[in-house]
Design a protein around this ligand. Sequence first.
Ligand SMILES: NC(=O)c1ccc[n+]([C@@H]2O[C@H](COP(=O)([O-])OP(=O)(O)OC[C@H]3O[C@@H](n4cnc5c(N)ncnc54)[C@H](O)[C@@H]3O)[C@@H](O)[C@H]2O)c1
Ligand SMILES: [Zn+2]
Ligand SMILES: [Zn+2]
Length: 377
Amino acid sequence: MKVRAAVLRRMGMPAPYADSQPLSIESVELSPPGPGELCVRVLAAGLCHSDLSVIDGSRPRPMPMVLGHEATGEVVEIGDDAVGFAVGDRVVFSFVPMCGRCEPCECARPVLCEAGAQANAEGRLLGGGGHWRDAGGIDLAHHLGVSGFAEYTVVSARSAIRIDPALSPEIAALFGCAVMTGVGAVVNTARVMPGESVAVFGLGGVGLAALLGARACSAFPLIAVDVATDKLRLAQELGATHCLDARDPHMVAAVREFSRGGVQHAIESVGSEQVLAQAYAATRRGGTTVTVGLPSPDRRFSVPAVSLVAEERTVKGSYMGSAVPLRDIPRYVALYRAGLLPVDRLLSHRLPLEQVNAGFDRLARGEALRQVILFPD
Ligand SMILES: NC(=O)c1ccc[n+]([C@@H]2O[C@H](COP(=O)([O-])OP(=O)(O)OC[C@H]3O[C@@H](n4cnc5c(N)ncnc54)[C@H](O)[C@@H]3O)[C@@H](O)[C@H]2O)c1
Ligand SMILES: [Zn+2]
Ligand SMILES: [Zn+2]
């Protein structure tokens, strides 16, 4: 079928993107779902910094590609053997497909799924196939098995999580990346306990979701750090006990002071090794630094090696919130519904597919939280 989709043909085009238009809105061909796959009508898709990192080339992916990895939609067609789904089901996508058979999947660490990582690196679906073709007959890559910036998409059933159909699409989409990643970094990776101190560095969609997760865990004190004053103000409204401007040369010392000698958990959600170093410096003896941001692959991070030992410090990476998506997404949705995780506060803009480039300009300038593309009925 013919589908309107946002296609990235070349990475590294100059900003502003509203002028250079790295994403072109094209009518492309989407082939039907194969075995174990679903065709989904996309209802909403969020703009994440990880999409921007593909656009600006700092996180290279196969080209050309139908972009977008944070999305929700309605199942419209089911391939053979895609058990557990019915037409009309609402789903959120996991941006790592879970094969269920590799060692990490068997050990309840589906974020590290080996077949999923390989399929994602190659820009195809878990089953091996590709479904996108442009008007000239050229194959287009899938983005993290999702390709949500399109009216319809085909995904592996192992990339889909059924959700409550009553949840509005603009909110549901956020669970696919920002919420699963940010809340999971706190709950699954750091395993924050009530009364433990937390500092979140970088208050975009992911960092603010981490802040909400830390609040839900009764972290105290809860310190928020960013360079943008409007984000610091919002963090305060969302329960941060202290808000600090990252440009202040005494910022790290202030985090250490407010937490009486350093935080137990520092969450880095910027994607900068300099900020990661600040986060590490802000932890106390025995503290844990969780890094969520995705810097370009050539970046290096160094610490005094002895501090890991003599001060029992830990540095942990957190991909997709160390999630078990089938367990975590329904839990986070339930917390949202109960008012304990107000993730609707992450939504800053709604836009049509045609304005996706301008949306990425806003994200690059730090002027947006989560912007969600809404597809008309
Ligand atoms: N680990 C994962 O699975 C995963 C998933 C999604 C996103 N990410 C990564 O997480 C990072 C954040 O994503 P996002 O979508 O929230 O991005 P975003 O652009 O919305 O947010 C980044 C925030 O960092 C702030 N910032 C910039 N420089 C800073 C500094 N020096 N100190 C403190 N704050 C600073 C910005 O003002 C902004 O609020 C990106 O690197 C993204 O690629 C990782
Ligand atoms: Zn993302
Ligand atoms: Zn697997």
